[in-house]
Ligand binder design. Structure first.
Ligand SMILES: NC(=O)N[C@@H](CC(=O)O)C(=O)O
Ligand SMILES: [Zn+2]
Ligand SMILES: [Zn+2]
Length: 344
């Protein structure tokens, strides 16, 4: 049994840091072991252009612990009004390295999202030309589509056509949750990759719904049945470089989740790489962790791999029941329970 694991320092290719007082906590957690992170732009109002991305980046850097070299990688939020000029300028000024598609109404803070893909075709044209990746929250929003089927419906109704129409566009299918998404990514071109969260590897919908409803497991895309969880496990076990680490750590205050209408999002930044180590160990895939966490992401984005390393040891510890989120508190993933790995 391996008790010690050394990896090239990992990056998080999908995280929500929020803004304001929350940053002191979310940035410290993200910066603890990750060298870089893709910062999701779904603030209210969202990060829509290079200038707003710059300003947000400065606030994140202002919250970065002394002596830490964590690098936030900024992303534009696509709306029906995003012009090719906005894209080109943010890319050329190095204010953003990707742009995010939220179908309007699909998830937390997506009200300003895209109402029909055709509206952003001119922006996508330019992104394909520049080599700027499109990051996708891949769920349809039609009321008649069952919430458990929304990812598959997005593939069938939108993503297949999108990748055919823009064959040179780099696409990251974010936080995939189904066997259908794994199959799609596997059979797509090398320009299509996907992030997988720790919670979708560790849990399925039974964890959320059997024996009582557990709001801290509620996120979007929603946890699926075990068969799909296993397909995600198979994807990482395969070692394919199309799959890489994106926590989708998405903090919401405790009162906003433990409510009659609770928010979607799981907080995992307090122990992200440790949770992945637990997940990979359960899969018998610890030897695949470094590729997934530290190599495939930078390779996909065309960024240099990190050069320093982190070491994890098998040393069980208990996650606190609550953590601070600015002035509020949140309940992190695995609260009050054991994680088996620790970073030394
Ligand atoms: N994943 C979630 O359930 N929530 C995210 C939004 C997102 O990534 O879809 C959030 O911002 O809270
Ligand atoms: Zn999302
Ligand atoms: Zn997210």
């Amino acid at each position: 049994m391996t008790d010690r694991l050394t990896l090239i320092r990992p990056d998080d290719w999908h995280i929500h840091l929020r803004d304001g007082a929350a940053l002191q906590h979310t940035v410290a957690d993200a910066a603890r072991h990750f060298a870089r992170a893709i910062i999701m732009p779904n603030l209210v109002p969202p990060v829509r252009d290079g200038q707003q991305a710059d300003a947000y980046k400065a606030r994140i850097l202002g919250a970065r612990p002394q002596g830490n070299a964590f690098e936030p990688l900024m992303v534009l939020y696509l709306t029906d009004q995003t012009t090719p000029e906005i894209i080109r300028q943010a890319w050329q000024q190095r204010q953003a390295i990707a742009a995010k598609l939220y179908p309007a109404g699909a998830t937390t803070n997506s009200d300003s999202g895209v109402t029909a893909l055709e509206k952003i075709y001119p922006a996508l044209e330019v992104m394909a030309e520049l080599g700027m990746p499109l990051l996708v929250h891949g769920e349809v929003t039609h009321a008649e589509v069952d919430i458990f089927d929304r990812e598959k419906a997005f593939i069938d109704q939108q993503l297949v056509a999108l990748t055919e129409r823009f064959p040179t566009l780099k696409v990251v299918f974010e936080h995939i949750t189904t066997a259908d998404a794994v199959d799609f990514v596997r059979s797509a071109s090398g320009r299509v990759g996907a992030t997988i969260t720790a919670h979708h590897l560790l849990y399925n919908r039974n964890h959320m719904l059997v024996g009582g409803i557990r709001p801290h497991f509620f996120c979007l895309p929603i946890l699926k049945r075990q068969r799909h969880q296993q397909a995600l496990g198979d994807a990482v076990l395969s070692g394919s470089n199309k799959f890489f680490l994106g926590t989708d750590s998405a903090p919401h205050a405790r009162h906003a989740k433990e409510a009659a209408c609770g928010c979607a999002g799981c907080y995992s930044a307090h122990a992200a790489i440790e949770l992945y180590a637990d997940a990979f160990e359960e899969l018998g895939a610890l030897d695949r962790l470094e590729g997934f966490a530290s190599l495939h992401g930078p390779d996909f984005y065309g960024l240099p791999r990190n050069t320093d390393r982190i070491t994890l040891v098998r040393e069980p510890w208990t996650v606190p029941a609550t953590l601070q989120l600015g002035e509020q508190e949140l309940v992190p993933l695995r609260a009050g329970e054991t994680i088996h790995w620790r970073v030394v």
